[in-house]
Write a protein that binds this ligand. Structure first.
Ligand code: F6R
Length: 604
């Protein structure tokens, strides 16, 4: 979604800002803009890709040392140059992530400003400007304005009257301030800071900062000074580069053996027959008391939670587990039984609905544990405890390596819970060994099947509809397979539990559809084969992905050789990721930045 960058220092701001905006492209956007201040101010905005903006910068080069920039993902008003940020009012320029909910009421009061865009952001710019008289500092005008605002924001504000500072503030939308020697870089996402500085201040909600070249002053909304905590940014340059792959998505699929190993390092020890997550901030006695787990997430994170819920139920005797879509749960009058804990699952750690659930659950006094990838993200900072999955920056909009790491981390949690509740060594042994073997198994499967899947994908690019089917733990995997295919290939794809076929979806089978059936060689194999027969009998075009060597009747069969059992869905899912990738590439799509989607969904 929208991205913010800002720079103040001795370098040419335009170049730094454009570089930052390119780093933020992965988040999804439809227009961009920058303004820099020098002898005069230079505001440049463009609809479409950052490359369009870059062309304008080439024609309007400046050597200014201060500026702010933005990538916009349209919410209020169509993608257009007028609606792109920065917005101007009087002497000030503003970039904004989030939504000003009371912008209509505020707009009515701002009669002196001639509005040229349809955005809520321009209203905030006009509001700040209306409070910015000759006696008032920029930070004071911003502070007063924010007290009148309902909604969420991360903002950066510049004034031609005070070009030696950038004022930033946040409430519900992230902002990070990179403090270098004699320069300060601002971004809504740490990836834009990499290469500039390793020292960052993560702004908290309700904080305002006045950024000058190499120094930062922090206050709260009542202008009380706060001391800033400077933290280290963990990611390095290689993590945000394609490293020879055509797309970030393929890189992120292929690097799963390594990223998963980072998730498991120090947490799974087959020799000692132990699995343990540090950071839960719970004693053994507290763990023993847990009777109910609610897992909350959106999209792929939700499906990871759903798959993990099967494992938690299998691992921990008597435990009840619910998995909830955050955007639904937050508006329900839900009840959490006594002795519950909530697992809050999010790659970005910024998803607005997931964050809203976290806050509501905390308000009820229920323990919250994060399963988060982005270090320093809002959810990671607000949970009571939890783990980073350490999958590294996920740049492609479609989530792949985060899913694998999330499932693994939650499975470790299941083993830990079972251990605390006194489960026998034998019972947990299988899971611990499978977790330890998973990175190698995924590596083997990726190497063995990459070319084959490319060929298989070529056969199915012509279809417009797809059904993904699986039973038991393969059901959430089927849902995830369908999501991955639809979001990057634009083929309409739905996931179903195999047993549901006869209850409706069987009516869909015809030559416009193909079906992906996940089959595991276990006690449900024959049931899956019956489902397959039902589809075949109606002329289906079925791709079976299986770990079985048994006789199977299908148009295409991908046979995966793995020694795993419980974690087979995670391995088969890797095949689905490759399949979705190659179908999308064959259809000529922008696989890393699918249309209409954003990487981090920070607004409802
Ligand atoms: C799908 C995808 C989305 C995200 C969802 C949650 O490939 O990327 O469905 O999984 O928006 O995002 P996080 O995990 O950042 O909360």
């Amino acid at each position: 979604m929208c991205g913010i960058v800002g720079y103040i220092g001795s370098k040419e701001a335009q170049g730094v800002l454009l570089g930052g905006l390119r780093r933020l492209e992965y988040r999804g956007y439809d227009s961009s803009g920058i303004v820099t201040l020098g002898d005069r101010s230079t505001l440049l905005r463009a609809k479409g890709k950052v490359a369009e903006l870059e062309a304008k910068v080439t024609e309007n080069k400046t050597i200014d040392g201060v500026g702010i920039g933005h990538t916009r993902w349209a919410t209020h008003g169509v993608p257009s140059e007028e609606n792109a940020h920065p917005h101007k009012s009087g002497d000030i320029y503003l970039v904004h992530n989030g939504i000003i909910e009371n912008y209509k009421e505020l707009k009515k009061e701002l009669k002196d400003h001639e509005f040229v865009s349809q955005t809520d952001t321009e209203v905030l710019a006009a509001l700040i400007n209306s409070l910015y008289d000759n006696e008032t500092s920029l930070e004071s005008a911003v502070t007063q304005a924010l007290q009148l605002v309902d909604g969420t924001y991360g903002i950066a504000v510049l004034s031609t009257r005070e070009p030696e500072k950038i004022v930033v503030a946040r409430s519900g939308s992230p902002l990070i301030i990179g403090v270098g020697k004699d320069e300060t870089v601002i971004a809504s996402d740490a990836s834009a800071l990499i290469g500039h500085t390793e020292n960052a201040i993560y702004l908290n909600d309700g904080e305002i900062a006045v950024c000058r070249a190499g120094s930062v002053d922090l206050t709260d909304l009542s202008s009380q000074p706060l001391s800033a905590k400077v933290e280290k940014i963990e990611a390095d340059m290689s993590a945000i580069q394609k490293q020879g792959y055509d797309h970030f998505l393929l890189k992120e699929i292929m690097e799963q053996p390594t990223t998963l190993q980072s998730t498991l390092n120090g947490r799974v020890d087959p020799k000692e027959n132990r699995a343990m997550l540090g950071g839960l901030n719970m004693t053994q006695a507290e763990l023993r008391q847990i009777e109910h787990v609610v897992i909350i997430g959106c999209g792929t994170a939700y499906y990871a939670g759903m798959l993990a819920s099967y494992y938690l139920e299998q691992l921990v005797d008597g435990l009840t587990v619910d998995v909830e879509i955050a955007s639904e749960l937050r508006y329900r009058s839900f009840h959490l039984p006594k002795n519950s804990v909530a697992l809050i699952v999010s790659q970005s750690g910024e998803t607005a609905d997931t964050l809203a659930c976290l806050r509501e659950i905390k308000r009820r006094g229920v323990k919250t544990l994060g399963v988060i990838n982005a270090v320093g993200s809002t959810i990671a900072r607000e949970v009571d405890g939890g783990v980073y999955v350490h999958a590294g920056p996920e740049i492609s909009v479609a989530s792949t390596k985060a899913f694998t790491s999330q499932v693994a981390a939650m499975t470790v949690f299941g083993v830990q819970l079972a251990q605390a509740k006194g489960a026998g060594v034998q019972e947990l042994n299988q899971y611990i060994n499978e977790l330890a073997d998973l990175p190698d198994e995924i590596e083997k499967v990726l190497a063995a099947h990459r070319d084959e899947i490319k060929e298989v994908a070529a056969k199915y690019t012509k279809y417009d509809h797809a059904l993904f089917l699986g039973r038991d733990t393969l059901y959430p995997a089927a849902l995830e397979g369908a999501l991955k295919l639809k979001e990057i290939s634009y083929i309409q794809a739905e996931g179903y539990a195999g047993g549901e076929l006869k209850h409706g979806p069987l009516a869909l089978i015809d030559d416009r559809f193909f079906e992906v059936m996940l089959l595991q060689d276990n006690w449900l194999f024959d049931k899956g084969v019956s489902n397959l027969a039902e589809v075949n009998a109606r002329g289906g075009h079925v791709v079976v992905i299986t770990n079985s060597t048994k006789q199977i009747d299908a148009e295409t069969i991908v046979r995966v050789d793995t020694k795993l059992d419980a974690l087979v869905p995670v391995v088969l899912n890797v095949i689905q990721q490759l399949f979705a990738y190659y179908v999308a590439v064959a259809r000529g799509n922008d696989v890393d930045q699918p249309r209409n989607l954003a990487k981090s969904v920070t607004v409802e």
